[in-house]
Structures are given as C-alpha cells and as structure tokens.
Design a protein around this ligand. Sequence first.
Ligand code: C2E
Ligand code: CA
Ligand code: CA
Ligand code: CA
Length: 279
Amino acid sequence: AKSSGRNSYKFYTADLNARAREILAIESQLRFALERDEFVLHYQPLVDMHSGRVVGAEALIRWQHPNLGLIGPAGFIQVAEERGFIVQIGNWVIREACRQLAEWLARGLPAVKVSVNLSALQFRQQELSTVIEDALAEHGLSGDCLDVEVTETVVMEDAEATLAAIERIKGMGLSLSVDDFGTGYSSLSYLKRFKADKIKIDRSFVRDIPGDSDDAAITRAIINMAKFLNMKVVAEGVETREQWDFLAGEGCDLVQGFLVAKPMPAADFAARYGKTPRV
Ligand code: C2E
Ligand code: CA
Ligand code: CA
Ligand code: CA
C-alpha cells in the first residue's frame, strides 16, 4: 500500500507539472494566437422543435494549438479574460461569424441565425456596437442575422453601461439570448429590463429530466415564465429522446444538444445542413 501510495503521488506531481507547463504555455502563447490565426469557430445547430428545422447555429471558439492540438474554450477563455485578451478575441469571433455566414449565404445555404457568445469585458469597450456594425456592413449582412448570448452575470456586473450597450445592439436588429439561465444570480427585474428575445435553460437542469422531479419542475417553470414574458426558450444540452419528448410536451421552442449534433467545423455544418442551390 505504501509503495502504491508513493506511485500515485508521483503520478499526481507528474500530472500537476504537466498541467502547470500547459497553463504556462497557454498564457505565453495565447497573446500570439490571434495574429497567428490559430482560432477557429465550430458551429452547433439550434433546432426548432415545432418544425424540426435547423434555424440557428451557435458559434463556439476553439484554439488550434500548434503542439497541444485543438483546445476547447474551457482551456483558455478564463485566461483570456484575466489577461484582457478576450476583447480582441471576442471581436474576432464577431467578424469571423459574419464572414462565415456571408459565405454560406453566397453559396445558397438556407439562412440561419448565428449566435455569438459575448463576455462581460466586451461590454466595457466603448466600441462594441461599432465592431458589430462594421462586421455586418463589411459582409453585407443585416442585424437580424446575428444573435448575441450573454449570461445573467454580465448584466449584473455593470448594469447601466451594459444595458445601454445591449439597447444599442438591439437597435441594430440583433436578438439577445440569456445564456446558462438559472445558474447566475438571476434577477427577474433585470430580465424584464433586458428585453431578451430568448432564454437558454442551462444544461445542468436539462441533464436529469424527466426523471428528476425538481429539475423537471424548474424546467417547466422557466418555460412558463418565458412564455409570460414573450420570450423563446432554448433547452441546452439535450442528449436523449426522453429529454426531447418532455421538453416538447412542456412547450419548449428550440433545442440544442448532442441528440441533434455536436459542435462541428463550418464545412461539416454546411455539408450537413446546407442544400445545394437550385439552378
Ligand atoms: P455555452 O455558451 O453554454 O456553450 C454550450 C456548451 O455546451 C458548448 O461547449 C457545447 O459543446 C456544449 N454542449 C452542447 N450540447 C451539449 C450536450 O448535449 N451535452 C454536453 N455534455 N455538452 C453540450 P464548449 O464549446 O466547450 O464551450 C464552453 C463554453 O465556452 C461556452 O458555454 C461559452 O460559455 C464559452 N465560449 C465558447 N465560445 C466562446 C466565445 O467565442 N466567446 C466567449 N466569451 N465564450 C465562449
Ligand atoms: Ca452560449
Ligand atoms: Ca449555455
Ligand atoms: Ca456555459
């Protein structure tokens, strides 16, 4: 037992060292990732439960690291936020999503609304609405092509400034989704002032429905509340047919999750959901 304990300790420190080296590598290389063009967006479909059609795509960032391979956002977004890189990265996400959508439309793919995730720091920059306006204009897109996803916490942090920025963005025709709903310090009064178009029920509530009666009740309550407030509801992280059936029965509008598809490269998304243009 003693020797196996020592072995597992060795493994543990080896793991820690590897992890520490990895974090260091990420910190030192993240600042160059943009200019080296190492970020890519993957897209996950949003399906309308009533029609069964793909009506949207959430853009999710990945870092194609030269040595470490494809790194998901969990591996670098927090570092990017702490170091302030997230503003530049987030602006790139907006421009790249617009570029991609314009390319899809030019190739005759059916129009989908593309959702981008915005972090709190992006709202602190004065030019957020200008960045969005320029990206749309450069690719000949109208505001209603884009949806922005923000978490509840974003609004709570700097309410007045953020609400003003959100109003400018909505004024340009973009829609607004409240992401990870139910996990932050939700305030229903903010939700009302927000005038959000969509609420995304966090995956943690969806995971154990319909079996878990608490989660089923919470999910039902969020759907009903959204209806009263005239907002659409998206269920995140739907993985099973049973979850889908429960959500359909409760009147959920849209679904996103592995049951439909995992996030995928743009080319795969186009191949799977794009129809060849009629000639
Ligand atoms: P999120 O905005 O809540 O995005 C949904 C996450 O859930 C994605 O993880 C997606 O792959 C995952 N997911 C979707 N369906 C399922 C499912 O059925 N089962 C399971 N287990 N997972 C599912 P991903 O791509 O790793 O992104 C994680 C988070 O990173 C995002 O959570 C978002 O908060 C952040 N993120 C991603 N892209 C960006 C970005 O461009 N900017 C910023 N600021 N944050 C981003
Ligand atoms: Ca999101
Ligand atoms: Ca989410
Ligand atoms: Ca999340």
